[in-house]
Design a protein around this ligand. Sequence first.
Ligand code: NAD
Ligand code: AKB
Length: 321
Amino acid sequence: MTRKITRVLVTGALGQIGSELTDELRERYGRDNVVASDIRSDESSPVVTGGPWVVLDVTDPETVEKTIVDNRIDSIFHMAAILSATGEKNPQLCWKVNMDGTLNILETARRNNLARVVIPSSIAAFGPETPRYNTPQETILRPKTIYGVTKVSGELLCDYYVRKYDLDVRGLRYPGIISSETLPGGGTTDYAVEIYYKAIEEGRYTCFVKKDTMLPMMYMPDCIKATMNLAEADFDDLVHYSDFNVGALSVTAGDIAESIRKHIPDFEVDYEPDYRQAIADTWPTGVDDSAAREEWGWQSDWDLESMTEDMLRKLRMKLLF
Ligand code: NAD
Ligand code: AKB
């Protein structure tokens, strides 16, 4: 049986996805029914000023429990994490936040009989032994980054809680997310966002992966749509729970530059690959998302050209006026 989402906690709400997801959740469930949280605060952010807000470190189990109980939370969207590039600089922190944090969320949800927990995974769950093209839903999961290790472990842990405790836990393997609202927080796919900012601010960009590096990407409106469609799907229709492949775009860094050049003809890009190239080279170029399509009707709305046009329009408003 699928229970209703009524009182929500968002962790990592100041992050790239959390900030826009909080906005959507407040629209859907009512401003006062969505408690946003993060380990840090930012008084200038609408996440902090636009509704209930608490500072919450997800690695602290007592505070997680108290926040859930005090705010009568029935559903958690767990966005707090350390991403791939930052994770390689501090693997111990990545494990602590991603694994201890996830376990604290699942345990609190189990003890308090919550209605729903949404915990994202990533294309980082895959590795060099995984088929790179149209990567299947069920495939080899042997990531080489600590972030990827936590994502695979997180998927398995979430599915364990579904089967062992009947807890309603769901999650998607997001591709690289491209957005204009909040800058990304230390991932390998950050170049796909930075390139738009630099196109407008400086007319040139030095990209940290090679021109022909192709990865799966998704525009933020599609990311929010996918998250909400899965979160609100009928649980009985699901065969998978915490590891849905979701596809939208498969583009190279050069493709993105070219699409920007249609609007800014003088835009210059050079390519100086760093340690993140080796991470990108272990990830798929695109994923087979037929399970998401069949089980909860996934379909993306944005292609590269429509995304670029929208990104540039929004960033011009944000950065130039
Ligand atoms: P982000 O790095 O932008 O935001 C993460 C937030 O978590 C930050 O605001 C940070 O302050 C917070 N945080 C860090 N440690 C914390 C702690 N101990 N307690 C509470 N908060 C803490 O990340 P994002 O891009 O918004 O990612 C959200 C989720 O989506 C993550 O699980 C990430 O792995 C996944 N994901 C993101 C992408 C992407 O391209 N953005 C792609 C695949 C998967
Ligand atoms: C990262 O690059 O680490 C994230 C991801 C794809 O999980 N954007």
